[in-house]
Structure formats: structure tokens, C-alpha cells
Design a protein around this ligand. Structure first.
Ligand SMILES: N[C@@H](CCC(=O)N[C@@H](CS)C(=O)NCC(=O)O)C(=O)O
Length: 231
């Protein structure tokens, strides 16, 4: 029997943590979750021992009394696809699968301007902030990519490759950024964003994120730290 332990950071802020968490939860793959908050003594003490990259997410896979880490969101997703072929994390159509792998890799490697200007912040409403020309250019490329997927694979379902796949887990944080920063999407992209927001795993992640109270200054370019009461 395989055991899975996913190490993540704050759900409000950690977009890379969100991806494998949503993937496993939506696909019905059981796992334990270990949340280590950013900028805390727990992070400094635990993360260097838990992840070779010093970053989250990392998935510890236990089998035959041994536990080994897989780190980096895309490596985790591909490893899960290999471990759980019946979970259909990639579609069975090889052309759709290639397309999915390309856009997942692009999300992983690209769109830095968007990520910097509009960091994930699920509980905040920062409409109009972060709309730099570079971030909007990244968003336009993402909208074009989503639109092409919907045109090609709409006969299979409402998501990027039709049914839920790794590609949707990779782009789910972009959908939430659009909400936080008040980005207006054209109709096809808006319908896709609605379908992602309605996924039970995305709903569950967002509910947990909104319950968090930590303020992580590094991920908050637009707000000052809330004042703390004496009591
Ligand atoms: N390429 C990595 C990126 C991971 C990453 O940047 N994680 C952030 C949290 S969302 C992190 O651990 N930041 C803390 C740090 O870099 O010290 C992945 O895809 O998993």
C-alpha cells in the first residue's frame, strides 16, 4: 500500500502548493496534508529537513516501509499520473495529453510577470492592482491558450482538455488571481474560470484559505500588515 503526505504552505498564498492538492483532492486520491506556514519558526525548523529544494510543495511517498520525497509541482503531478493510471490525471487521447503537457509545462516555466504582479491572495480583494502591461500581456497569452483548448476539446467536457486534468490544476491559481485582482475575462475564458471555481476541490481549498489569518508580507505588495490588538 502507498501512503502520501503532501507538505504545503499557507493556502491563501501558496499557488504551487495548491496545484497538487487540488489535483489529488479532485481525483479522489487520498493523502495526508502537512501545512507549514511561511515566515514562521516552524518553516525555518522543518522545511530544510522536509524538502530538498527548500520549497513547497513536496510529496512524501511511502511504500514498503520506506518514504521518499518528490518535489516540484509538475514532477509531483507526473508521478501521481504514473502511480494512479486509473485516476485519469491526463486524458487517454494522446493528442490531448501532449497538448496538456505543453500547457502545463508552460504554466510551470512561464508567466513570471503575472505571478509577480498578481501573487495568489485568495481572501483579498485588490481590484485594479497589479494590472501592469507585462502582467496583462501574460494574461492575454493565457486567455488565448485557454480559448484554443476550449475550441479543441469542448466536445469532451467543460475544462481545458474536456475532463478535469493536471492542466486545470496547474491553471486553477490563475483563475483565482483574476478574481482577486478584478480581471475581466472574455466569455469563453470566463466560462472556463467558472467551471474551475465550481470544482469541489477548488471550493474546499478556497474555504480553507479564507479561514487563514496569517499576513505574509512577502506576498502582499499592495497591503500593509493589519494592526494587532493588545489582547
Ligand atoms: N517550481 C516549484 C516552485 C515552488 C515554489 O516556488 N514554492 C514557494 C511557495 S508557493 C516556496 O516554497 N517559497 C519559499 C521559498 O522559496 O523559500 C514548483 O513548481 O513546485
Amino acid at each position: 500500500m502507498i501512503t502520501l503526505r503532501l507538505v504545503i504552505a499557507n493556502k491563501n498564498y501558496s499557488s504551487w502548493s495548491m496545484r497538487p492538492w487540488v489535483l489529488m483532492r479532485q481525483a479522489g486520491i487520498r493523502f495526508d496534508e502537512v501545512m507549514v506556514p511561511f515566515d514562521t519558526p516552524a518553516w525555518d525548523a522543518r522545511i530544510p529537513r522536509m524538502t530538498p529544494s527548500g520549497q513547497v510543495p513536496v510529496l512524501w511517498i511511502g511504500e514498503h516501509g520506506d518514504e521518499q520525497p518528490v518535489w516540484d509541482s509538475l514532477a509531483i503531478a507526473e508521478t501521481l499520473h504514473e502511480l494512479y493510471p486509473d485516476a485519469r490525471l491526463w486524458p487517454s487521447d494522446p493528442v490531448a495529453r501532449r497538448h496538456g503537457r505543453s500547457i502545463a509545462a508552460q504554466m510551470h516555466a512561464d508567466f513570471g510577470a503575472l505571478r509577480r504582479a498578481m501573487p495568489l491572495n485568495i481572501g483579498a480583494r485588490l481590484h485594479g492592482r497589479g494590472h501592469t502591461p507585462e502582467a496583462l500581456h501574460d494574461l492575454a497569452r493565457i486567455v488565448a491558450l485557454w480559448t484554443e483548448c476550449r475550441q479543441r476539446w469542448r466536445h469532451l467536457g467543460p475544462l481545458l482538455l474536456g475532463e478535469f486534468s493536471i492542466a486545470d490544476a496547474m491553471y486553477a491559481p490563475v483563475v483565482l488571481r483574476c478574481e482577486t485582482y478584478g480581471v475581466e475575462l472574455p466569455p469563453v475564458a470566463a466560462a472556463y474560470a467558472d467551471a474551475v471555481r465550481a470544482l469541489p476541490a477548488v471550493v474546499a481549498w478556497c474555504e480553507d484559505a479564507r479561514r487563514e489569518t496569517a499576513f505574509v508580507a512577502h506576498d502582499e505588495p499592495y497591503r500593509g500588515a493589519p494592526e494587532r490588538g493588545s489582547g
